[in-house]
Design a binder for this molecule. Structure first.
Ligand SMILES: *Cc1c(COP(=O)(O)O)cnc(C)c1O
Length: 404
């Protein structure tokens, strides 16, 4: 228990339930003061409760019409999503992982090829490469932005490099000016992993619209979360779009002909209708996340013990996660335990970088100091579009108290 205490706090075993409840001069924990109430890391219930009524009618209608796979409602969502990114084509697929994987397959990537991936990412980015039969070439990340270090990307390029996957991690775009210059010079396709950054911009342009394809996830906790698994690929390349659609639709080229050994990876119609409906809220939701981040930044500004997210001048960050960086693992874990005992949920993304996973130990390098340090020092604070100022004040007050 030693390591989860703030330096001036009594040992947790001495605390009574009502001592845990905040006292008068502190920002109050909203909601019931006792019992099991916590500030969650994200809150899908708040996000969707007002959509529930209108959607249950729509879903009832879809069931009545037996519209489950494909059809005009899927087409409408795809057109909207492509339009939002000023792209010609959008193909709905089964998940964000599939969006990446089918993009790579459509680009003809397979055995003997190498694809460059940052090691600080969700493991699915690497899996998309592995499931094509290609090798993952990990690179380290920038200590300020936590995104792929473009100098290291340049060093990692060799004659086997067939694609680069920038991951716009935690909601912050990669430096797409530098990356596109590098890739275009060498004719290497860029497949953007936008799973955490829908709506974020680099130099005024939305992520996903720079590369050969942009890949999105509609997993329920993402910034544009669907009502089931789902994903999408956007592109201006008709051939790529057609091939990705065919690969995800059993490899069909017509009702009776199969051009590829394809897969079953589609965006469900019900999910597409839901996503089309909530797309009108995406800008507001992302804006709310930015306001929440601004308040966290302001409240934690004076505290030297933690670093708040750095945002590049050309980037708009959509804060899929709000990550603070502690000085070391001990302080990070101590703070995490302290917040937990004060009913504040936190998360670790990602405590074991991809290259340190057993399954990737022998692939693509083995020492990436920045990613390894981030694994030990980053802490994700509660972040979602409906988090309140009171909740943020309470959380930051506790953080400051822990370090005082
Ligand atoms: C969530 C995520 C994925 C995978 O998306 P799924 O829809 O869960 O398959 C890929 N890359 C990153 C960075 C993610 O956060």
């Amino acid at each position: 228990m030693e390591e989860i205490r703030g330096p001036n706090d009594p040992a947790p075993e001495d605390l009574e339930e009502d001592e845990l409840a905040p006292d008068d001069e502190m920002p109050q924990l909203p909601g019931p003061k006792v019992g099991t109430f916590r500030i969650p890391l994200f809150d899908l219930h708040k996000q969707y409760k007002d959509i529930c009524d209108e959607m249950s009618m729509t879903i009832g209608g879809l069931i009545f019409m037996a519209q489950f796979v494909g059809g005009e409602y899927l087409d409408q969502f795809e057109a909207n999503f492509a339009g939002y990114h000023i792209k010609r084509y959008c193909v709905g697929v089964g998940s964000g992982t599939d969006a990446l994987w089918l993009s790579l397959l459509a680009l003809g990537i397979g055995h003997g090829d190498e694809v460059i991936v940052p090691t600080n990412t969700f493991i699915a980015t690497a899996f998309a490469v592995s499931h094509c039969g290609a090798s993952v070439r990990f690179v380290d990340v920038d200590p300020k932005t936590y995104n792929m270090d473009m100098d290291l990307v340049e060093e990692a390029i060799n004659t086997r490099t067939r694609a680069i996957i920038p991951v716009h991690l935690y909601g912050q775009p990669c430096n797409m000016t530098d990356l596109m210059a590098l890739a275009e010079d060498r004719n290497i396709p860029v497949v953007e992993d936008c799973a955490q950054a829908v709506g974020a911009t680099w130099d005024g342009q939305r992520v996903g619209s720079f590369g050969a394809t942009g890949c999105f996830s509609f997993y329920p906790t993402k910034n544009l979360g669907g009502l089931a698994q789902g994903g999408a690929v956007i592109t201006d390349d008709k051939e790529l779009a057609d091939k990705i659609r065919s690969l995800g639709n059993m490899g069909r080229s017509s009702h009776t002909d199969f051009a590829y050994k394809g897969y079953n990876s589609r965006l469900d119609t019900i999910n597409a209708v839901f996503l089309k409906r909530i797309m009108s809220r995406l800008q507001t939701w992302n804006h709310n996340r930015q306001s929440a981040a601004f308040l966290y930044d302001k409240n934690l500004e004076e505290l030297g013990a933690v670093k708040t997210p750095y945002v590049e001048d050309k980037a708009t960050h959509v804060y899929h996660l709000y990550q603070i960086q502690c000085l070391n693992k001990n302080e990070r874990d101590g703070l995490r335990g302290y917040l937990d005992s004060n009913r504040v949920s936190t998360g670790l993304y990602y405590p074991i970088p991809c290259h340190k996973q057993e399954i990737y130990k022998f692939e693509g390098g083995n020492y990436f100091p920045v990613a390894e340090e981030l694994a030990d020092t980053l802490l994700a604070l509660p972040m979602h579009p409906h988090i309140t100022e009171e909740e943020i004040d309470y959380i930051t007050h506790k953080i400051i108290k822990f370090f005082s």
